[in-house]
Design a protein around this ligand. Structure first.
Ligand SMILES: Nc1nc2c(ncn2[C@@H]2O[C@H](COP(=O)(O)OP(=O)(O)OP(=O)(O)O)[C@@H](O)[C@H]2O)c(=O)[nH]1
Ligand SMILES: [Mg+2]
Length: 455
């Protein structure tokens, strides 16, 4: 995917948020810090990042979640909205007859984008023709001619003709009958006087409905200045950001242009004619944040929390029965492999991870769960409540009753002991109060139906 590095970092931050037992200032600060780091790495302007962070923090802690909505979901929504806000709304592209003129600096991707744009409208059923008005760079004529022919797009050009405006005048007459007319123009190293003069002259001759500025995403934040300069010089109706597939600075380019007021119309995501898409901010951001995946993670967490009824007070006093362990394992298994869940949740970093559970200890697969359940069913209620009373003789009896080996029963008891010690350690380290807070119903804004932590 395009900008997957930024996407990965942002998704990591939001996963942390969803895994949090409750939403408080600490977790919001931590997640906002991760988001800041991700955006700055993607070249988003520092001031923009700071302002956005401030808004996310304020809104997360002040705004009450909508009735019945989970506070974690609420914060994810705030992050989403603020991300949409810094990218700005995409341009409105109409599927009707129109003339489009491309402008931009040398090598930004104008000619490639002319072909992509032609293909876009062609696929929507419109008749498209292009005019090659770049008489500046040798080879420009042939480049667009070849691209157009491959796509079955009508091409008008005059090889070796130096007068770009003349080409446009004659070309516009020639392609009069076509629905969508796209004019490719020459680029320059910089926005110089002769480039501005030429753009103005072609503008006058063709009277385009749209003037699309083509910018290379690799310039990052500088996209903002370029957009402003071109907009001031000739008026830009939409921006095409190209080469988003090849840079880590895409966030900078996308966010910087939003400040100029010229909306992003399309993005280029590769060299082929189909590596191009209409820029739709909502869709782009939800894909970047992996909203679908986050939603299913959130649902899993909510579900497991709802179904887990642990006696928190007793556990904190060191009483951790086999029933508690089973409920906890069941909850964890619903969320995926225990190890993975542990690393996702803040608890992992708060001390429980520090209790040195080995991979083997954590390897509570659903396979094991099945026979743990059978073994536990063969125990008495008193044994489940206090496994210490299970002697060697009782192990043999449970083994007979459950059809599982004594070894497997000892393994279950050892697993229980390890978990119990981990909880004791955690409570002893002063984590107890935090944990209790996390486990208590509540969270932000009161009415949180699923605020229990699965432990
Ligand atoms: N990876 C990738 N390459 C692109 C994209 N858009 C354009 N390119 C490449 O960028 C290079 C320059 O593209 P052109 O379309 O020729 O750029 P131009 O603005 O017309 O250049 P001049 O006419 O010289 O001003 C070519 O090698 C294209 O294949 C894109 O979205 N992704
Ligand atoms: Mg070109």
């Amino acid at each position: 995917m395009v900008m997957d590095k930024l996407g990965d970092s942002l998704q990591g931050a939001l996963r942390k948020l969803i895994g949090a037992g409750r939403i408080d200032e600490n977790i919001v600060n931590e997640v906002v810090k991760d988001i800041q780091r991700a955006l700055l790495t993607s070249d988003v302007n520092v001031k923009m990042v700071m302002e956005m962070s401030k808004r996310i923090k304020e809104r997360s802690l002040k705004e009450a979640p909508a009735k019945g909505s989970d506070p974690r979901e609420h914060v994810v929504k705030i992050v989403y909205e603020e991300m949409v806000a810094i990218m700005g709304q995409g341009a409105n592209i109409e599927l009707k007859p129109q003339t489009i003129m491309m402008v931009g600096l040398q090598g930004s991707g104008k000619t490639t984008s002319v072909a992509k744009l032609a293909r876009f409208f062609q696929k929507k059923g419109l008749k498209v023709a292009v005019i090659g008005a770049d008489n500046f760079r040798p080879g420009a004529y042939q480049q667009l001619k070849t691209l157009s022919e491959k796509l079955n797009i009508f091409f008008y050009g005059e090889e070796n003709e130096k007068d770009a405006v003349g080409i446009v005048n004659r070309g516009m007459k020639e392609i009069e009958k076509y629905d969508v007319k796209i004019i490719d123009t020459a680029g320059r190293h910089a926005l110089e006087a002769d480039l501005i003069a030429e753009m103005e002259a072609i503008n006058e001759a063709a009277k385009p409905d749209q003037k699309f500025l083509v910018l290379d995403a690799a310039i990052g934040q500088l996209a903002g200045q370029q957009a402003k300069a071109f907009n001031d010089a000739v008026g830009v109706t939409g921006i095409i950001i190209t080469k988003l597939d090849g840079t880590a600075k895409g966030g900078g380019a996308l966010s910087a242009v939003s400040e100029t007021g010229a909306p992003i119309a399309f993005i280029g995501t590769g060299e082929t004619p189909d590596a191009f898409e209409k820029f739709d901010t909502d869709r782009f951001i939800s894909r970047l944040l992996g909203m679908g995946d986050l939603q299913s993670l959130l649902e899993k967490v909510q579900e497991s929390m709802k179904e887990t009824e642990l006696d928190v007070d007793n556990i904190m006093k060191g009483k951790f029965t086999l029933n508690d362990m089973y409920a906890q394992l069941e909850a964890m298994n619903k969320m995926g492999p225990l190890k993975q869940v542990m690393s996702m949740l803040p608890l992992g970093s708060m001390g429980l991870g520090g209790a040195k559970l080995s991979d083997k200890d954590l390897d509570a697969t659903s396979e094991k769960m099945k026979y743990y359940k059978v073994i536990m069913d063969s125990m008495t209620a008193a044994e489940r409540d206090d496994p210490k009373i299970i002697s060697a003789g009782r192990i043999s009896r449970i083994s007979m009753g459950s059809g599982r080996s004594s070894e497997e029963i000892r393994e279950l008891l050892k697993y229980h002991k390890t978990m119990q010690n981990a909880f004791k350690n955690f409570a002893g380290k002063g984590g107890g109060r935090n944990m209790q807070k996390m486990m208590k119903k509540g969270g932000m804004g009161g009415g949180n139906p699923g605020g229990n932590f699965p432990f």
